[in-house]
Design a protein around this ligand. Structure first.
Ligand code: TLP
Length: 345
C-alpha cells in the first residue's frame, strides 16, 4: 500500500523503536518521567519559549490553548478552513464555551491578512456583541493545501493583535514543514505568538504526541487542563523517546517530502478534469479538485485503493500527503494508478 492519506500514518523508524525500548521512564503525572522532561526542555530550547508540555494529540494542545486564552462567551477569529474550527469536534464550544468567527481569505490561500482579521474583530463593541478572545493561526495551513504563513505576516498580525491586548495561538502541527519551505527557524516563525502547538506525530514521524509551548505560567496552567481532559499520562517517556528522535532527525528529511509533493502535483496537473497548480505546492500536502472529472472524490479514492494507493476525499477534492514512508518511486506508481483510474469512465 502507498498510503498518502496523511503524514500521520508513518511507522516509527528503527532509531525511534530503539529509543522507545530503552527509554528511562517515571510517572509523568508526578512530573517524574525524565524522558518526557527532556523532550519538554528540548522543545522549549528549539522554539526559544519558556516552557513546553507534552500532550497526547495536537487537538488537545490546541484546545487547551483556546481554553487558556479565552472565557466562555468569546469568539475565536480563525480562517474558515482552520483545523481548530473544522476538525476538532467543536471542542472550542464544548470545552471553552467559545464560538469560531470564521474568516475567508480573499486570495484563497488560507493565509489571512491583518485587514481581513481586523474586519472580524469585536473589540470594545456594543455590550450585546460577543467579544473576540483569541486569534488562531495555522502554519502550514492543512486544508488550504499546506500553504505558508511567512515570518513577516506572523509578526504583523501579532504586533497588531497585541496592541489590542488580543492573544494569538499558532496551530503549528506542521511548523517544521513551514520552516523548511520558508528557510526560517521554527523559533522565528513562532516568536511573536502567545502559544504554539506542534505535532511530533505528523511529518516528523513519531508514533504519538504533540507539544504546547508558551510562557511558564501558560504551561503550568496547561498541565491542569491536560489532566482535566484525561491527558495526564504515566510512563509516557516511552512515547517521548520517539519524539526526541523525531525532533532531532526528521526535520532534515522534509525537503525530500516537499520535492515529492511537487512532483506528484506536476503529474496530477496533466490529468484531464483535475485542477491543481504545482507552483502552489510548497510543502508536503497536495489537494486537487476533481469536479471536472464528473466523479466523486470518494469514488476515485475507492478505485485508487484497489490499485493499492490510499488518498483522502474532502468534498470535491482529494488530498495526498507525502512523508518519509513514501519514496519517489512510490510517487510515480501512485501517479500511474491515478492515470488509470481517471482514464476509465
Ligand atoms: N490533521 C489530520 C486530520 O485531522 C485532518 C491530518 O490527517 O492532517 N492541526 C492541524 C493543522 C492538523 O492537520 C491536525 C491533524 C491537528 C491539528 C490535530 O492533530 P491530532 O490528530 O494529533 O489531534
Amino acid at each position: 500500500m502507498i498510503d498518502l492519506r496523511s503524514d500521520t500514518v508513518t511507522k516509527p523508524t528503527p532509531a525511534m523503536r530503539r529509543a522507545m525500548a530503552s527509554a528511562e521512564v517515571g510517572d509523568d503525572v508526578y512530573g517524574e518521567d525524565p524522558t518526557v522532561n527532556r523532550l519538554q526542555e528540548r522543545a522549549a530550547e528549539i522554539f526559544e519559549k519558556e516552557a513546553a508540555i507534552f500532550v497526547p494529540t495536537g487537538s488537545m494542545g490546541n484546545q487547551i490553548a483556546v481554553k487558556l486564552h479565552t472565557r466562555p462567551g468569546m469568539e475565536v477569529v480563525i480562517e474558515e478552513r482552520g483545523h481548530i474550527f473544522n476538525f476538532e469536534m467543536a471542542a472550542m464550544a464544548a470545552v471553552s464555551g467559545t464560538v469560531a468567527r470564521p474568516v475567508k481569505s480573499r486570495d484563497g490561500s488560507g493565509i489571512l491578512t491583518w485587514d481581513e482579521i481586523a474586519a472580524a474583530l469585536h473589540i470594545n463593541s456594543a455590550y450585546y456583541v460577543a467579544p473576540t478572545g483569541l486569534i488562531a493561526l495555522e502554519n502550514s495551513h492543512n486544508l488550504a493545501g499546506g500553504t505558508l504563513l511567512t515570518r513577516a505576516r506572523t509578526e504583523e498580525i501579532c504586533a497588531r493583535a497585541h496592541e489590542l491586548n488580543l492573544p494569538v495561538h499558532l496551530d503549528g502541527a506542521r511548523i517544521f514543514n513551514a520552516a523548511v519551505a520558508l528557510n526560517e527557524t521554527v523559533a522565528a516563525l513562532a516568536r511573536p505568538v502567545n502559544s504554539v502547538m506542534f505535532c511530533l506525530s505528523k511529518a516528523l514521524g513519531a508514533p504519538v504526541g504533540s507539544m504546547l509551548l508558551g510562557s511558564r505560567d501558560l504551561v503550568a496552567a496547561a498541565r491542569s487542563w491536560r489532566k482535566l481532559l484525561g491527558g495526564g499520562m504515566r510512563q509516557a517517556g516511552v512515547l517521548a523517546a520517539a519524539g526526541l528522535v523525531a525532533l532531532e532527525e526528521s526535520p532534515k528529511l522534509l525537503p525530500e517530502d516537499h520535492a515529492n509533493a511537487r512532483r506528484l502535483a506536476e503529474g496530477v496537473a496533466e490529468l484531464a478534469g483535475i485542477s491543481v497548480d504545482p507552483e502552489q505546492i510548497v510543502t508536503n500536502i497536495v489537494i486537487f479538485d476533481v469536479s471536472g472529472t464528473r466523479r466523486a472524490a470518494d469514488e476515485i479514492c475507492a478505485r485508487l485503493a484497489e490499485h493499492n494507493v490510499l488518498a483522502s476525499g474532502f468534498g470535491s477534492s482529494i488530498r495526498m500527503v507525502t512523508h518519509y514512508d513514501v519514496s519517489r518511486a512510490d510517487i510515480e506508481t501512485a501517479l500511474q494508478a491515478l492515470r488509470e483510474v481517471i482514464g476509465e469512465q
